[in-house]
Ligand binder design. Structure first.
Ligand code: C5P
Length: 312
């Protein structure tokens, strides 16, 4: 792609996600928990523009506050670009411009979406022509949620959440998100769950069992029935997230009282996702939540995973 100034660049877009179901198994030796999750990609996107450069750099703009984001080698977008260069033998660099719309440290996989979009954008810019399977393998090295940001749609994740199989989902689901003004650390939420389980033996996930996604979630998705899905939503990270951020509990109650079929903490939080029956109810709920001073957004799912955007 060439912009009006004659500069070559590539633009890729990747979605944020909601976990419709998240069952957390035991902590493994690698520091990750075995889990079974159902992801849905939703219409809130990270935009990554990649420009030729000799070294690697990243800058941020967007609708969320990006101050304080690291722009050095610890940033996941830079890690993604470096990994692709290493794997394909590309010797140059890239200047990345990331437009962030997914809340930071919000439990919606925004950083993972940056990494997925960066892989796709750099692959196009550099002409490295990595296969989809190669990109997915690189994505899994970058983080548990990155493969899903690449593939999108609705999918079941096992292992760390990175072993994906597509889930059959009919139609479109309508969600209202309540965004928090603060972020939460994913490892802290998992640690809070482990501490709780250590104290309450009855809540320990049996070592002999592999977590699985409940059949009623899959059935609700196949039927495209939001009421059925509302009954099946589950997130094992919700209780520890509410323990760390107790104010979220009353917002969940508020959303359900004023029209949501159900509300759930998204991933490790603090973003809350409210499922509603249709587009009109989404607008009504957004108005209600906004009237209570909350930052509420409407999104739909499923949407596609990371892909190139043709700007002109
Ligand atoms: O892979 P990612 O960087 O997104 O994971 C962030 C952290 O979340 C991990 O370091 C780990 O503490 C926790 N995690 C986990 N089990 C998973 C996924 C993430 O414990 N399956």
């Amino acid at each position: 792609m060439t912009d009006p100034a004659g500069l070559h660049f590539a633009h890729a877009r990747a979605p944020g996600k909601i976990n419709l179901f998240l069952k957390v198994g035991q902590l493994q030796d690698d520091g990750y928990h075995e889990l079974a999750t159902a992801f849905q990609a939703v219409s809130l996107y990270e935009e990554v523009r990649a420009y030729p450069a000799d070294d690697f750099s990243v800058s941020f703009t967007g609708t969320v506050d990006t101050t304080g984001l690291s722009t050095d080698g610890s940033n996941l977008a830079i890690k993604a670009a470096r990994l692709l260069a290493r794997k394909t033998g590309y010797t140059g660099g890239v200047r990345l411009e990331v437009e962030k719309n997914v809340p930071i440290a919000g439990g919606m996989g925004g950083g993972s979406a940056d990494a997925a979009a960066t892989l796709v954008a750099c692959d196009a810019l550099w002409g490295t022509e990595a296969s989809r399977d190669e990109l997915v393998a690189m994505a899994a090295k970058l983080g548990a949620d990155v493969p899903f940001a690449l593939t999108g749609g609705t999918a079941i994740g096992t292992g760390r959440g990175d072993q994906l199989s597509p889930a059959l989902a009919k139609g479109r689901f309508h969600w209202v998100l309540a965004l928090a003004e603060f972020g939460m650390s994913t490892p802290d939420v998992y640690t809070a769950l482990d501490r709780h389980r250590e104290k309450h033996a009855q809540d320990i996930f049996p070592a002999s069992l592999q977590p699985t996604v409940d059949a009623d979630v899959l059935q609700a998705l196949r039927a495209g029935d939001p009421r059925q899905l509302a009954e099946a939503l589950r997130n094992d990270l919700q209780a520890p997230a509410l323990g760390l951020a107790p104010g979220l509990g009353s917002i969940l109650e508020l959303g359900e009282r004023v029209g949501a079929l159900a509300g759930i903490v998204s991933g490790s939080g603090p973003t809350l996702a409210f499922l509603v029956p249709d587009a009109d109810s989404a607008l009504e709920l957004q108005v209600e939540l906004s009237a209570s001073g909350l930052h509420a957004l409407r999104v739909t799912g499923p949407v596609h995973g990371a892909r190139l955007v043709q700007e002109w």
